[in-house]
Design a protein around this ligand. Sequence first.
Ligand code: F6P
Length: 550
Amino acid sequence: MPSPLRSGTDCAAWRELESLAGSLKAMSTRELFAQDAQRFAHCCVEGAGLALDYSRQRADARVVNGFVALADQLGLRSRIEAMFRGDLINSTEHRAVLHTALRRSGDTPLVVAGEDIGALVRSERERMLTFAEGVRSGSIRSSSDQNFTLVVNIGIGGSDLGPAMAVLALKQFTTGAPSVAFVSNIDGCQLADVLEHADPERTLFIICSKTFTTLETLTNARAARAWILQRLGAKRLPQHFAAVSVNARAMDEFGVHPEYRFAMWDWVGGRYSVWSAIGVSLAIAIGRAGFESFLSGGREIDEHFRTAPWHENLPVIAGMLGVWNIDLLGLPTLAVLPYDSRLARLPAYLQQLEMESNGKHVKLDGTPTTLPTCAVIWGEPGNNAQHSFFQLLHQGTQRAAIDFLLPINSSCGSQPQQDLAIASCLAQAEALALGKDAEQVRAELTRQKLSAEQIAALLPHKIDEGSRPLSLLLFERLDPATLGRIIALYEHKVFVQSVVWGDNAFDQWGVELGKTLTESFIPLVQKPEEVSGQSSSLTGALGYVKRWRD
Ligand code: F6P
């Protein structure tokens, strides 16, 4: 038996960080800037085309030294290598965690359990990209020998969020491709909306499901199949369905043609799978070169993560700052605020990536975690959010940590408007960090010629305390490589945090209970009049189903 892995609180560096947190909590961000005229230079790290500016976090060089010591004491370097090597680090499922293998280049073998995973990935990637290019260019044709004008990705969770987020983010690179729509919800409305104006003759469905057992996905897939069957008939159906799964037999049973089927593997977690054939809809949208560039961005961050010293290592700094904010400064939530509306789905994507990974209550050895794990992630495109929930960020009693994402160049060619977005982002960052104190408010109201009485009444309402901890992730433009870098950065951030918390970031047992109960509740909902012996709440709600269902 290997010795149990240490988590953050087992390390001497943790005690040091705890004591630093005590003193830093009492210091304002203004004071931190006053203490160090070079604060930006000391607190901005650049790597693989991304710049992480954490100068407005409530941390200083001593804290970063604490992070470095913690990383060393946790043996982070060897933990990273164990993941890249394919050790069975997902211990509860006895699986390797090799999403990084999906973005490898070259033909150096990566042998795991006697199999060259590298060769496997290359050949399936080639099949998928050839298919994607064929659909994109129109050489792969529908049953009536037409090019496809609509591709519908049917999947949920990791089989939806990554490709859906990325297709929207990279809209600028989709010229000439069929439109790509995403259907995930079980209620049928999303599918109905997509099919409302769809031409069955020119629609291709791609069923994405690692397991091919997910209720939502199978329900939508069956409804889509019925839609095609009714309009085109059984003989023409196979040319309108492709699928991606580990479960070859289920794809067979569904009737997916072998050439339209793509494999993935147990060692790729759903939320880490956009790099695999699960990304086929993205590959159709942005083409082979775009997808390869997306992979190369992820690969650059892999290289950076493995080789950069801790204090210059973006995922390490980002991960440790997250832990610092959650566990030592007591900020349980993280607002993700992209200043580019094409990153609108990034918060939802990160919700799954971070919260399904580190939303855990036990450590790898099954004992309770010694620290609160994982931030609650939420967010919206920044400018929209300024006019909705930013009030709470500025003056609310609940505080959140913040990640701003800021592309310098416009994603749609409207640079003058992007410049306004940049100004908005920087203004908010500055205001949230530095605030506006009583003296400034008083001077402002005096200039407006308010009476002493009016000033006294208004003053407390206008004070902005500042010291809200935030980072800025800056990048040149939202292109495939950059998006790959951003996703890989957050993936590795999650990994770093899991090492500190000592949890398994790659299983998701908590999701199972709800899934199992749903299966058993279906007959109850269908026949609520026959319900007996259930909890009063369930019986009560089913009573409304019985009374109110048309
Ligand atoms: O919701 C839990 C989950 O298991 C996710 O981890 C996964 O991404 C999603 O369901 C979809 O699973 P599948 O790809 O197997 O349909």
